[in-house]
Design a protein around this ligand. Structure first.
Ligand SMILES: [Zn+2]
Length: 491
């Protein structure tokens, strides 16, 4: 497998330190708010990377942190603690906020078919590990105390800006923010390892340390958690491109200074999701979450497909129109797979299977070319072999793609079968796809769906939309199909 390595700015053949186990680390979410779909693009692509490695025959151990302390509003150690900010906003404790948004994050991941990493570690679980690293850095002369805080001294390094010419825009922001304040720093890019003096008297989470009561800086947690679970040598570190500087640069600085040797071999960065007005952020424009997509009637897996259609190292532009195109692509693909009719008597054509698999692996091995991997699914559909083999191959590919292709095609097949008599009699088909409720509740739901169909027929779209929204509020999600509506009950 070839991967683009941000550290060398080259596409390289991936060779793990230990051929039997790939050690992979992912920067996790700061759990002070919902993740927006731009953040989730990174997690989708990292999930694909992990699954592609497993599919290629590697064992993988993947670790992810949950930032529940220490991430200030700016990546350059300034501004308010994001967790504290979230707690104030919602009038809850920091731990309540952390729990709530950690759960919300994994719920989004579940809907997007993102596998949970093997180890998920909240930053607050490993304070002793950070203290140990910081003590060593002080002993080795890489860190100093000033104004009550402990700083990493970047002037002690032979090389600091590992990623600097990769994303000049991010670097410029980091430097600008770094220059703004903090007279304690000896060099403008020095960063805080441990805070005892912060601007916030009411910092909620504090721990005792050799330097006084305080809390860790943001960057140290990823080094600490990675080394705790994956040891001194890491194969792949991934994250969003906005983490490349200063976060990953600082992770490298402190980890390699602590270890005295190279730490991580491959740095994989996922590029931004943009809107037409620029980079997506929580503060700008519409706050796009998985829940919002669902409210608007989109299957979260359509967003996953939308991400897979483009390369992870290109900025991807989100618009509702682009997402609608992905809906069309997804539905067509499912319909094509649903049209396959497996015959139990058929044998699996292993020669075809192997040939098709090679194409799929080539696409993934080409710096994770997911668009080409999707094309490989169409190649299966066109291939001259029996349907049973085609379905088996597609199901196999979907272990990586995670688009529920086989399950959705099964539903589609049943739908088509159920809708056929309805179409003949001119009736309107109402199909419950999943979920359950009392018979009375079901009858009520289906009556509302009939009323909505009538409103639509009368071109009274306001009423139709209101019925749809009212049902959505009750956890009933509608999807229109030819000559009917299907629905799922989610609560
Ligand atoms: Zn990190």
């Amino acid at each position: 497998m070839k991967l683009y390595n941000t550290a060398t700015r080259q596409r390289e053949e991936f060779v793990p330190n230990d051929p039997n186990l790939v050690k992979m680390y992912t920067c996790g979410p700061t759990v002070y708010h919902y993740a927006h779909i731009g953040n989730l693009r990174s997690y989708i692509m990292e999930d694909i990377l992990e699954k592609a490695l497993r599919y290629s025959g590697y064992n993988v151990k993947r670790v992810m942190n949950i930032t529940d302390v220490g991430h200030l509003a700016s990546d350059a150690d300034t501004g308010e603690d994001k967790m504290l900010k979230g707690a104030k906003r919602e009038n809850k404790s920091v731990m309540e906020i952390a729990k709530f948004y950690t759960d919300a994050f994994f719920e989004d991941c579940r809907k997007l078919n993102i596998k949970r990493p093997d180890v998920v570690e909240p930053a607050t679980n490993c304070i002793a590990d950070y203290i140990h690293i910081i003590e060593t850095l002080i002993e080795k002369g890489y860190a100093y105390a000033a104004g009550g805080n402990i700083y990493f001294d970047v002037s002690k390094l032979k090389q600091y800006y590992i990623f600097n010419d990769h994303d000049e825009e991010d670097l410029a922001v980091g430097v600008r923010e770094g220059v703004e304040e903090d007279a304690n720093k000896r060099n403008k890019n020095d960063f805080v390892l441990w805070f005892t003096k912060s601007k916030f008297e009411d910092q909620a989470l504090k721990w005792d340390s050799p330097w006084g009561v305080g809390y860790p800086g943001w960057h140290i947690e990823c080094s600490g958690i990675s080394m705790k679970h994956l040891g001194e040598d890491l194969d792949i570190h991934c994250g969003g491109i906005d983490n490349a500087f200063p976060h990953h640069t600082n992770e490298i600085a402190q980890s390699e200074s602590y270890l005295g040797h190279k730490w991580c071999n491959y740095w994989v960065h996922i590029h931004h999701l943009n809107t037409n007005s620029g980079k997506m952020s929580k503060s700008k424009g519409e706050f796009l979450t998985v829940s919002l997509l669902e409210e608007k009637g989109y299957d979260p897996l359509v967003y996953r497909l939308f991400c897979l259609q483009s390369h992870y190292r290109k900025n991807l532009v989100f618009s509702w129109e682009n997402l609608d195109n992905a809906v069309i692509t997804y539905n067509k693909l499912i319909a094509k797979i649903a049209a396959l009719k497996p015959d139990d008597a058929d044998e699996i054509d292993t020669a075809a299977f192997d040939e098709l698999k090679v194409k799929f692996l080539d696409a993934l091995g080409n710096d994770l070319n997911t668009a080409l991997a999707i094309t490989a699914v169409y190649d299966v559909l066109k291939y001259k072999t029996n349907d049973k083999t085609k379905l088996t191959v597609i199901g196999d590919f979907d272990r990586v793609l995670g688009l529920d292709l086989i399950a959705k095609a099964d539903v589609k097949r049943r739908e088509v079968a159920a809708a056929a008599p309805a179409a003949q009699s001119g009736d309107y088909a109402i199909i419950r796809e999943s979920g359950d409720a009392d018979a009375a509740v079901i009858a009520e739901i289906e009556e509302a769906i009939k009323q909505r169909a009538a409103a639509k027929k009368a071109k009274d779209y306001a009423t139709a939309d209101k019925i749809r929204a009212d049902l959505a509020e009750k956890g009933v999600i509608l999807e229109d199909i030819p000559k009917g509506t299907k629905y799922r009950i989610e609560i």
